[in-house]
Design a protein around this ligand. Structure first.
Ligand SMILES: [Zn+2]
Length: 241
């Protein structure tokens, strides 16, 4: 399991987990609680349509604290600039409102692409990590099953890590344990780190913000690209493991 994060001695370190309230970040939180001495989470609000995910993030943190008898410092940061710029079907009130379509400017990318979202989140998480003297930031970005978002690729994350550390004379590692795994294996990891129940009952990934429809793989509309990916991953998880 520790091969997910090969570096310094995690047990002495603080880790800032970027927490969206979804399957991937919930799994990351389970991993971080197991591997690090101290864990803080940061959740960003940016006018996302599925505002329910912020509520879920709070619930997930509470559940994890209770289950693992630990204390997690929680930060919620408002990034209104992303909402003002908009240009994504994930942002409420935006001109692009159909997640199944192509992005208006970015040929080949889905309308759910939010320009520079991960750069913004990770820049702010890095600032918070400096304040908390954290050696690590953990994010659930994944280039395997991803929706084609270029800011989820390893190349980009590594370049950003280098730039942020150069600009702050820091040595903070951005760790991405899910980078090369698929959704089925993410379910498997959640099981290994004992957060599968929390993933299924509390996490939210649906692009339509549906947190009422219950499925065996968790809550969601079952029809949007994000739900389809999650349902497919669940079916493969049951078949494979
Ligand atoms: Zn959905």
């Amino acid at each position: 399991m520790n091969k997910l994060i090969q570096e310094k001695d995690c047990k002495k370190e603080t880790c800032v987990v970027v927490m969206s309230g979804g399957q991937d970040s919930t799994t990351c939180l389970g991993i971080a609680v197991e591997l690090f001495k101290r864990v803080a989470v940061v959740t960003f609000t940016y006018g996302q349509k599925h505002g329910v995910e912020v509520f879920c993030a709070n619930e997930i943190v509470k559940e994890v604290e209770e289950k693992f008898n630990t204390s997690i410092e929680q930060h919620v940061i408002n990034v209104d600039a992303l909402r003002q710029i908009g240009n994504s079907a994930l942002i409420a009130g935006d001109e692009q409102d159909d997640v199944t379509k192509e992005h208006a400017q970015k040929e080949g990318l889905p309308a759910s692409y939010v320009p520079n979202r991960n750069a913004t989140f990770l820049t702010l998480a890095h600032a918070l990590a400096q304040k908390l003297e954290a050696g690590y930031i953990m994010t659930g970005v994944c280039q395997t099953d991803y929706s084609g978002y270029p800011d989820c690729r390893r190349e980009f994350i590594e370049a950003l890590e280098t730039a942020l550390n150069l600009g702050s004379e820091s040595d903070i590692k951005i760790t991405t344990p899910l980078m090369n795994v698929d959704k089925a294996y993410t379910f498997k990891l959640a099981e290994e780190y004992d957060v599968l129940d929390i993933v299924l009952q509390k996490s939210h990934t649906c692009y339509e913000g549906d947190h009422n429809t219950e499925n065996e793989w968790g809550f969601g509309c079952g029809k949007c690209p994000s739900c389809e990916l999650r349902a497919k991953g669940w079916a493969e998880f049951l078949e494979r493991y």
